[in-house]
Design a protein around this ligand. Structure first.
Ligand code: ADP
Length: 611
């Protein structure tokens, strides 16, 4: 990606040939997509396109017959009936044409809805397979944003342009056939006059897309500012810190830059379009003059003249429609290239399929585990080794940024260690079936999600198979201490949470944490419970009670908890102290106090605060 602050977009190095093949590169895939979306609609659109392509030539030709018949009748060489028959036929063709066009627009609308939905679902399905690192990679995130932004309109627009191109090309061929009788040269002159406009259209369409692609970080920034300015969860801070004006100014500035670029391109595109269009118009009127002179000299009939003039004028229209279609197709193709780039992003195949380990009583082992975040130079975890046996509660202690959450993310396989092995029941994590592993772990992160669902569903998401299964939800809420306040909510477990939807209730942070804790307790099969600062916003009494409950762990269960409150940390069976990604001390509270190191220092510091 180019530097978003550089003053101009990257230059175009592609050749004309590459650009023209780019126009059609994804058309086949788009057609496949449309075909798979609705075979009936594709058939209907195809058929109507053929009709709409053939009819204009037919109408022009009928018009000629009509005028010739009228002239013959006026001269007294023929009766008036044939003229009326031709008139009737022309009316019939015009009505058919109108029906075909209306049918096309109806079919296109129906297809648009289905196709947009299909592409959106493809994008969302793909997003499910991605790894966390993909979402954290800004360049990849750009691809996702770009793919999503126009997912509903672009594929259909490509199909429309393609069919439009076919329709107008058929018309042009019929016009050409009619014109051929007048002079092949006329056909040639008109075709050649259109070439410069075609080249310019391809060039500008390509430029527009590069601009669009290059500034995607800017557009994303704008979208982010819109979110901050217009969403309820940001409103409080934005108001109190008076951020509104500053953010709107930033928003405006981005618009100004983007608009400036748009304006330049639009102006150039418009100017060149006009100049090259003049060339075609000149050719057209040259041909007009030729036809007029021929008719005046009686080399062609009056009907011929009317038909040729109509054919020239409509042919001109068809040419410019083709140009527009090509310009549109180019942009649509480039959009699709981005979409498929996103959809074809390689994701690591899910590893192992083992559902048990060789040593079920071994618990969790970290063996010389190190991890460095992508784009980071210093390791977030460095050579960490420890063993957690079933039936134990481990507390992780350390300053902010010492690597506690990272350790949990590795344990839950959100990331793969850069080196070293993590094993469960004597089997490395990567050999485990991901679902089997997931069933074993109940986890709650400090930045847990507050779903704008009902409170029952907010607990139920912890075990999605039972998201609507009330009894286990109630049990989990009871264990997570959320049950008492849920009982006080207006529709107890069916109370909508958050402000996005009607009658939504907001909870206090401590109450949310209890909901989150209940969520972590939803999986009854889970024997590894991981709590990353789940109680920070709860009152001391609630926290003490929760840890008292944790003390009732069965012999098979393990708990890992991160907390900054030493009153709870000291209740753990085993304490590990992390410092700058390294495990510097471990043992029981008494052992660590006796060691008189970092833990003892931190503990005494906090104890003093309470005296
Ligand atoms: P703790 O949970 O102990 O507060 P973390 O494990 O969250 O600490 O972070 C450890 C280090 O890793 C910190 O220096 C932090 O800046 C870095 N870090 C955390 N998350 C990411 C991430 N997603 N990408 C890059 N660096 C990260």
């Amino acid at each position: 990606m180019a530097n978003p602050h550089s003053p101009s977009p990257p230059q175009d190095n592609t050749s004309l040939l590459q650009r023209s093949t780019g126009v059609f590169a994804y058309t086949v895939r788009a057609a496949e997509l449309v075909w798979a979306t609705s075979k009936t609609l594709t058939f209907v659109i195809g058929g109507l396109t053929l009709i709409a392509g053939l009819l204009p030539g037919g109408i022009a030709w009928t018009g000629k017959q009509l005028i010739d018949a009228v002239v013959a009748s006026a001269n007294g060489t023929a009766p008036v009936d044939p003229a009326l028959w031709w008139l009737g036929l022309e009316a019939g063709l015009v009505i058919t044409m109108a029906a075909a066009q209306r049918g096309l627009s109806v079919a296109n609308s129906l297809l648009r809805a289905q196709l947009g939905h299909r592409v959106n679902v493809m994008i969302l399905d793909k997003a499910q397979q991605l790894e966390l690192t993909h979402f954290e990679d800004s360049e990849f995130y750009d691809k996702l944003t770009r793919a999503r932004r126009e997912a509903s309109s672009r594929p259909l627009s490509l199909v429309r342009s393609t069919f439009g191109l076919i329709q107008n090309s058929i018309s042009l061929i019929t016009y050409g056939a009619l014109l051929l009788a007048f002079s092949p040269w006329a056909v040639l002159v008109l075709a050649i006059a259109a070439v410069p406009a075609f080249v310019a259209e391809t060039k500008f369409a390509g430029e527009a897309f590069r601009l669009f692609r290059w500034r995607s970080p800017e557009t994303r920034k704008q979208m982010y500012l819109e979110t901050v300015l217009a969403r309820e969860d940001y409103a409080k801070e934005v108001k109190l810190f008076g951020l509104g004006e500053e953010l709107v100014t930033r928003y405006r500035d981005i618009f100004k830059t983007l608009y400036g670029e748009d304006r330049d391109l639009t102006m150039r595109r418009g100017l060149w379009g006009f100049l090259l269009g003049l060339l075609s118009t000149a050719a057209l009127y040259g041909a007009y003059a030729w036809v007029t002179i021929s008719a005046a000299a009686s080399r062609i009939t009056l009907g011929d003249m009317t038909m040729y003039l109509l054919v020239f004028r409509q042919g001109q229209g068809a040419f410019s429609a083709i140009l527009q279609a090509i310009g549109g197709m180019y942009e649509d193709n480039l959009y699709l290239s981005n979409l498929y780039e996103f959809l074809e992003q390689e994701v690591a195949a899910p590893s192992g399929d083992e559902t048990t380990g060789p040593a079920p009583k071994d618990g969790i082992r970290f063996d010389h585990v190190s991890f460095t975040y992508p784009d980071s130079t210093t390791p977030a975890l460095n050579d960490v080794t420890f063993h957690l046996k079933p039936g134990t509660r481990l507390a992780l202690v350390g300053h902010n940024g010492s690597g506690k959450t990272t350790l949990i993310k590795l344990l839950t396989r959100l990331y793969e260690p850069s080196s070293g092995t993590i094993s469960l029941d004597g089997r490395p994590l990567e050999e485990w079936d991901p679902d089997a592993l997931r069933d074993r772990v109940g986890v709650i992160f400090q930045d847990f999600v507050r779903y704008q669902f009902t409170v029952g569903e907010n607990v139920g998401v912890g075990d999605v198979d039972r998201i609507d299964d009330r009894p286990p939800i109630e049990v989990a809420a009871e264990r997570g201490m959320a049950a008492p306040f849920i009982a006080d909510l207006p529709k107890d477990y069916d109370t909508q949470l958050g402000r996005w939807f009607k009658d939504g209730r907001e909870l206090s942070i401590g109450q949310w944490q209890k909901v989150a804790l209940s969520r972590a307790l939803m999986r009854e099969t889970a024997d590894i419970l991981v709590l990353d600062e789940p109680t920070a916003a709860m009152d001391a009494e609630a926290e003490a009670e929760i840890f008292q409950r944790l003390a009732d762990l069965t012999e098979e269960q393990m708990a890992i908890l991160i907390s900054h409150r030493f009153s709870t940390v000291r209740m753990a069976d085993h304490i590990a102290v992390l410092h700058k990604g390294e495990l510097v001390e471990e043992g029981t509270h008494e052992q660590l106090m006796a060691l008189d190191g970092r833990y003892a220092h931190l503990f005494t510091l906090q104890a003093k605060g309470y005296q």
